[in-house]
Design a protein around this ligand. Structure first.
Ligand code: SF4
Length: 426
């Protein structure tokens, strides 16, 4: 593979997109808390919601119940919803109690939900009030994770977008810096930091940071590299602050990772031979890890229901590095600029769809009879019952899949459902 070759001009760059606006089956933006709370270690996410929201959080993050929790739900009772109690006063009481017990919290997110939106509880005003009461030791921000407004990865976008106004401008004369935007597992972040340093890019920041006090600066000298494809609002706000977005595919698979690193290298004037030398060993390891999966997945067809917004980069990786055949690639929103490099590498003729009309899409899926279906939890069980092999898209957010060292793990996630079916048949 000569991954440093220029991007293919065709692919799906100008491919038509089927736009559907019917009933959809996706989680809400609260789900993002599950991976965000692990990343920003001194932050706390207080969902202002109902018992349904609390149940969603508990089941989505059930595996974390043994850890000291960094999220909770302030439950709006019927009295609040009926306007019989002052929800603001109750919220202040809950926050005061929380901070009394947890003085280690430095950043508190008030996360809006469907119920808090229905009763028009103004969380931005609540955040201002709580900042006055508890600042400057504690910073209080707010964003919405409501299912009325967000699909599940948009929760991360809304959260990171709320951080942008908190980012300072760089000091005058400061060197140009690279800003990697999007939550990455710590292990992946460390790998990327080492690769950037080896290439000669030492001035690298990550958003979100591991600690709220390490929020990076942003300004006209900032080069921004998106690590996740679902950060439209965050990127827009960073660009408003002067950051320049570097065009690159998402860092999935060996090829995507190399092109992603190369985009940063080119911006900082690092010669191509340096990138090749620094990445030679990890590329080799990725190729070795991917080889057995190419045997298992090559030629198999795959159908993506819209869920995580990772669908286009995943389909690109699975097609180009593992020889899979994407039949339909559905995504909740198709951001053509952010996904331009991924789209250019997607096999020409792949059907793209945006949004959802779930019954019609299920019919298309049945007609196509793909070997593997990637979808949300709500669709996976019925499709399994119909005999389809499925992969839960949410797993792709909970598992580190970016970078060279994770390329094999990414392939394994897609091979596993097929292998399990084979084993059951045997
Ligand atoms: Fe359900 Fe809305 Fe709460 Fe999400 S925010 S769990 S969609 S009620």
């Amino acid at each position: 593979m000569n991954a440093l070759a220029p991007l293919a001009a065709a692919g799906c760059t100008d491919a038509p997109v089927l736009r559907e606006r019917g009933q959809r089956e996706v989680f809400c933006g609260l789900t993002g808390i599950v991976w965000l709370h692990r990343k920003i270690q001194d932050a706390f996410f207080l969902v202002v919601g109902s018992r349904t929201c609390a149940h969603l959080m508990q089941s989505a993050a059930g595996v974390m119940i043994f850890a000291e929790p960094r999220f909770a739900t302030a439950i709006l009772e019927e009295r609040d919803l009926a306007g019989l109690a002052d929800a603001n006063e109750e919220l202040d009481r809950v926050v005061a109690r929380l901070l009394d017990r947890r003085p280690d919290i430095k950043l508190l997110f008030l996360v809006g939900s469907c119920p808090s939106e229905v009763i028009k509880l103004d969380l931005s005003r609540a955040a201002l009030r709580l900042n006055r009461a508890f600042g400057p030791d504690l910073r209080v921000l707010n964003y919405s994770g409501s299912g009325i407004e967000t699909t599940f990865t948009e929760g991360e976008d809304a959260c990171l977008a709320s951080l942008v106004p908190e980012m300072l401008a760089p000091v005058p004369g400061a060197p140009r810096r690279l800003l990697v935007v999007g939550t990455l597992a710590d292990v992946v972040e460390d790998q990327f930091r080492r690769l950037f340093a080896a290439m000669g890019i030492a001035e690298v920041d990550f958003l979100p940071p591991r600690r709220s006090g390490e929020l990076p600066a942003v300004g006209p000298g900032t080069a921004m590299l998106l690590a996740q494809p679902f950060l439209a609002e965050t990127a827009r706000r960073l660009e408003e602050r002067g950051a320049t977005r570097l065009a690159a595919p998402m860092p999935l698979g060996a090829e995507g990772t190399l092109l992603w690193l190369s985009a940063a290298a080119e911006h900082f004037g690092i010669p191509r031979h340096v990138v090749e030398a620094v990445t030679a060993a990890p590329r080799e390891r990725a190729a070795t890890a991917l080889a057995p999966y190419r045997e298992q997945l090559g030629g198999r067809s795959i159908f993506f229901f819209p869920d995580s917004q990772l669908e286009v980069p995943l389909a690109r990786t699975l097609a180009r590095e593992l020889g899979m055949r994407p039949v339909e690639v559905g995504t909740p929103f198709l951001h053509r600029q952010h996904l331009a490099a991924d789209l250019a590498l997607l096999p020409a003729g792949t059907m793209l769809s945006e949004g959802q009309d779930v019954d019609r899409q299920l019919d298309r899926c049945r007609d196509a009879a793909p070997d593997l279906v990637v979808c949300g939890l709500g669709l996976a069980n019925p499709l399994e019952a119909e005999g389809f092999a499925t992969k839960w898209s949410i797993e792709l957010l909970f598992t580190p899949i970016q970078g060279f060292e994770q390329a094999g793990d990414l392939a394994a996630l897609f091979a596993r459902p097929l292998l399990r079916r084979q084993a059951l048949k045997v």
